[in-house]
Design a protein around this ligand. Sequence first.
Ligand code: AMP
Ligand code: ZN
Length: 112
Amino acid sequence: MDCIFCKIAAGQVPSVKVYEDEKVLAFLDIGPLSDGHTLVIPKKHYVKIHECPGEVLASVAAVLPKIAAAVLKGTNADGYNVMCNNGRASGQLVEHIHFHIIPRKAGDGVFT
Ligand code: AMP
Ligand code: ZN
């Protein structure tokens, strides 16, 4: 399967890793919307949330707090957005489920 995030999960494509365990990987976004923009993925390939078993999403949710805390601390941000695009119409370009953690500072204008 020609999936860039599967290749990253398998170590076949380089990434700047933020967190890794048996089921989950977090790495820096190559085109960050803000400093420290991080993507969190299940290592198993699913395209969209409604196609993904709950336990796979649960393994991501279980580690999201500590990844978000690390991103927040590492960037000294005031807040962050967690975003998951599902389907081309929503802006999903990479068809492997990923949660964006986008660090925010007051008045940064990231989404304006
Ligand atoms: P989305 O539009 O929600 O599918 O977001 C895909 C994200 O993946 C974008 O923010 C891209 O910058 C990011 N991206 C694409 N290829 C890579 C890569 N090789 N390493 C890290 N991030 C990537
Ligand atoms: Zn994949």
